[in-house]
Design a binder for this molecule. Structure first.
Ligand code: PMT
Length: 403
């Protein structure tokens, strides 16, 4: 996700400084190169050695340390970075940046950079609510800094309130968004993801193996690229992606109703969900008791959501998926035509690294003119990038976008 990205992480002096260690680790795991600047008070909470070990690089703490090679750290760090992140950001550093104060390495480097900068405030709830701090945050936003909302919960001072540093995964997500060019701004993208569950009694249901990873990757990348995203999701273990309108459903019928409600305001619809084609014809009120007899279950058809919306699709772009175990191309081409999609993304469950639950997929994109693009194995995030690239080309060709 952040492969090869150069990140300068500023750590300031708050109790959440220890969480910056977890963030450093998460960034490195995502393939980023991380250099850490610590303020003097951050050093009271956590040792530079922690960051040196996790980042595999020296930690910058002082403007005026003589080194063997002469360089001005604030300038070289400002130039090195693709993105700056300050986590946790105290009221003090927020105030200094907002007022143009540069009196240590971190504040001076921030003043010297024109790179995107994400500021993650974390402090006591009363300090955060202080109008001076709020004014300073507004000022930072006005100057073009990205400021992440702190989260609500238990604080170090034993109270509950706003002021917690968001989880490392949420900060990583925000960094990815900040680094992604906004070429889908103006689009409203509806994504479906995950499985559906079709209950037969209060404790049993029919479902499939979809984890939601493919659909969530599409929703996340679409948001990073500037689209307004609605994600209609079946039950999954994934955490809900930030910055996205999420509608949680259980059954195919509920997904059908949610799609119908949201599709009119959408310009693009991507159906990555694995929807049950059939549901039990009746739902038992009580748990079905076993008997010695064999048991047969009567099923009835669920609505075919994609076929339904393709009837009123207008100028919208409709992208479906085909999950196959044999005759990938022929079956996908048949679905593309029958369900009147703009293109279909085919994946073969028999291929290793493709389909359900994996972090990777092997996709073939087939468009309505018969063009076939078979792509190699890649992460679901990269597959989402490819699919959205194709959507962007299609919107351009349809003349929907001005650019
Ligand atoms: O969630 P993951 O674990 O990451 O796995 C990803 C995936 C394998 C689920 C995904 O890549 C995928 O292939 N999704 C579509 C699965 C599917 O239901 O395929 P299908 O060939 O049965 O359906 C074709 C298309 O019609 C799909 O876009 C489907 O969303 C849609 N459909 C199907 C049935 C139905 N009643 N209504 C629909 O709209």
């Amino acid at each position: 996700m952040l492969n090869g990205k150069k990140i300068v992480l500023g750590v300031t002096g708050g109790i959440a400084a220890y969480k910056a260690a977890e963030l450093t680790r998460a960034l490195i795991k995502e393939g980023a190169q991380v250099k850490v600047i610590m303020t003097k008070s951050a050093g009271e909470f956590i040792s530079p050695l922690t960051f040196q070990t996790l980042s595999g690089d020296m930690v910058y703490t002082d403007m005026f340390v003589p080194t063997a090679k002469y360089d001005m750290a604030h300038i070289t760090l400002a130039e090195f970075a693709d993105v700056f992140v300050i986590a946790p950001a105290t009221g003090n550093i927020i105030g200094k940046i907002a007022s143009g104060v540069a009196d240590d390495l971190l504040s001076t480097t921030i003043m010297a950079t024109d790179k995107p900068t994400l500021i993650c405030p974390a402090m006591n709830d009363k300090m955060l609510a202080n109008p001076v701090v709020q004014d300073n945050i507004d000022k930072l936003k006005k100057y073009g800094y990205a400021v992440m909302d702190s989260t609500f919960g238990e604080l170090a001072c034993k109270t509950s309130g706003s002021g917690r540093l968001p989880e490392a995964s949420a900060i990583v997500e925000e960094i990815a968004a900040l680094l992604t060019p906004k070429d889908l701004t103006g689009e409203r993208i509806l994504v479906t993801a995950g499985p559906t569950e079709e209950p037969l009694d209060p404790v049993r249901f029919i479902t499939n193996l979809s984890s939601g990873k493919m659909g969530y990757a599409l929703a996340r990348v679409a948001r990073w690229r500037g689209a307004q995203v609605t994600l209609i999701t079946g039950p999954t273990d994934l955490s809900l992606p930030p910055g996205i309108e999420v509608v949680q459903i259980r059954t195919a019928q509920e997904m059908y109703e949610a799609v119908l409600e949201h599709f009119k305001k959408s310009t693009i619809i991507i159906k990555a969900a694995a929807v049950a084609d059939f549901r039990p014809a009746s739902l038992a009120k009580e748990k079905i008791k076993k008997s010695n007899q064999s048991f047969s279950l009567m099923l009835e058809r669920n609505p075919d959501i994609i076929s339904e919306i393709s009837k009123n699709k207008g100028n919208r772009i409709l992208v479906g998926f085909a999950m196959e175990t044999q005759n990938l191309l022929a079956n996908a081409q048949d679905k593309l035509k029958r369900k009147k999609m703009d293109f279909i993304v085919a994946n073969n469950l028999r291929e290793e690294g493709a389909g359900f639950q994996t972090d990777t997929n092997i996709i073939t994109i087939i468009d309505s003119s018969g063009n076939v693009e078979a792509l190699p194995k890649m992460t679901k995030i990269d597959a989402a990038v490819k699919i959205l690239d194709r959507i962007k080309d299609t919107t351009r060709r349809k003349g929907k976008r001005k650019k």
